[in-house]
Design a protein around this ligand. Structure first.
Ligand code: AMP
Length: 284
């Protein structure tokens, strides 16, 4: 485990001397099978001679709600045991003060792909994400970094940052890991009550039911959105609400007037104050 940046620098220098590739898996901890799948992908990418780094940092500047930040689980010992079991060489677990100066005054901002979806309902969230990801890239200078497609808007803006700022790192996305009933794994799932947990696969079912309309060649976005909304809300528990439900172009992430190209139907929903996201591709 490494907590200080100067220690990273000396490890990095010796790896470079021996041309050992480094793969980075940025996380906020509370590791689950979704994170472990990313770690295994990282190992696949750099091989047994390479180094896999997992960063665990609950990045305060990407939280738009104080209650979400304060309730975020930090089971450090379990996380370290999971990293060890997966053969991770370095777990980077810095303090906030190691990464952020009190008078910091630079943020990385993306201005197009963040206009909708989570970017619209979580102001400044993605500035926080891009800033920490770029900092981690600069600290570790990884050959490759692995991100989950579960956060597909996040993955898209990270790819855009790497492209637009010429960051020398290969970005690899990994498919969403789900439980048998379809619920996407998330660190936030463990905060759901048993009743909420049992109900939560409604999100996946709603997206699938709407997606299945594409078999009839349906092109009207409102038809997909209405179908998804109906399934999301039918017999939903009282504490369930929709944060957003949108149909966007799969590349530009802008709402589409007509579904005649690959699109993504995406939603964020609340059980009480627990926010869950999911999406589904609509192929035409
Ligand atoms: P987080 O710890 O939630 O910030 O997530 C760290 C990384 O794990 C991000 O790249 C996420 O997209 C990815 N991730 C989280 N949940 C899943 C999942 N169920 N399947 C695949 N990747 C995931």
């Amino acid at each position: 485990m490494i907590t200080r940046i100067p220690d990273v620098n000396s490890v990095r220098a010796s790896l470079q001397e021996f041309s050992r590739p480094l793969a980075l898996v940025p996380t906020m901890g509370a590791l689950h099978e979704g994170h472990l799948a990313l770690i295994r992908e990282a190992r696949k990418q750099v091989g047994s001679k390479g180094t896999v780094v997992v960063s665990i940092f609950v990045n305060p500047i990407q939280f738009d709600r104080a209650s979400d930040l304060s309730s975020y689980l930090q089971p450090l010992e379990e996380d370290l045991a999971r990293c060890e079991a997966e053969g991770v060489e370095i777990a980077f677990i810095p303090d906030k003060s190691e990464l952020y100066h009190d008078d910091r005054s630079i943020l990385v901002t993306e201005s197009l792909l963040t206009k909708h979806l989570c970017g619209a309902t979580r102001p400044s969230h993605f500035d926080g994400v891009l800033t920490i990801v770029l900092k981690l890239f600069n600290i570790f200078q990884p050959e490759v970094a692995i991100f989950g497609n579960k956060d597909f808007q996040q993955l898209a803006i990270i790819r855009r940052m790497v492209r637009d700022l010429n960051v020398p790192v290969k970005i690899t996305g990994h498919p969403t890991v789900r439980q048998n009933d379809g619920l996407a794994l998330s660190s936030r799932n463990s905060r759901l009550s048993p009743e909420q947990r049992q109900d939560a696969p409604r999100i996946r079912r709603a997206l699938k039911a709407a997606r299945d309309l594409n078999g009839n060649g349906e092109q009207k976005p409102e038809v997909y959105l209405e179908a998804a909304r109906k399934h999301l809300l039918s017999d939903a528990p009282e504490d369930f609400s929709i944060d957003y439900l949108q149909l966007v172009d799969a590349e530009t992430l802008q709402p589409v007037p007509k579904v005649n190209r690959p699109a993504v139907l995406a939603t964020a929903c609340f059980y009480g104050d627990i926010r869950l996201i999911d999406h589904i591709k609509i192929r035409m």
